[in-house]
Design a protein around this ligand. Structure first.
Ligand SMILES: [Zn+2]
Length: 151
């Protein structure tokens, strides 16, 4: 959804008269379009980098995050880890959108660290329910490590 630029961002709200502010709600700089919100906004960057570190994805520039993220599971040679990566990425998009709404509608700026923690816990509890006897010991241990760091 974010990739297709179909989100109702502030510029669209401006167009329909809901918002008159042209700055990004989360950082109060830049523009409010999808590209800024998901790639350039300091809020998104911080949340993304926190989670990349958590997963052990090496990062170089936020623009390439999505590509790196996609390839990352393959490089680790584990489909499950790739799936966990995707789940985390989806949670990032959701959380950034939620944070932005929180500012626009409730005038509350969310804490970045809290957003990272919330994503970590969501992903862990989601994935832990999917663990079966088919999982390799390495993947289970990896997930346990992630869960420990999320607490
Ligand atoms: Zn911003």
């Amino acid at each position: 959804m974010a990739a297709k630029g179909k989100l109702r961002t502030r510029d669209k709200l401006v167009a329909i008269g809901v918002s008159s502010d042209c700055n990004c709600a989360l950082c109060n700089q830049g523009t409010k379009d999808c590209h800024h919100l998901f790639f350039r906004c300091p809020f998104s960057k911080m949340v993304c980098h926190g989670l990349m570190q958590w997963l052990g994805i090496r990062s170089s520039g936020i623009e390439r995050v999505y590509t790196q993220w996609k390839k990352w599971g393959r490089n680790h040679g584990s489909k499950r880890r790739q799936k966990i990566g995707y789940a985390t990425l989806a949670a990032v998009v959701y959380e950034v959108w939620r944070a932005r709404n929180s500012v626009v509608w409730n005038l509350k700026v969310p804490c970045r660290e809290a957003a990272v923690r919330r994503i970590q816990r969501t992903v862990c509890s989601m994935v832990q329910h999917q663990v079966t006897s088919k999982w390799s010991r390495e993947d289970i241990e990896w997930l346990e490590k992630l869960a420990t760091e999320a607490n």
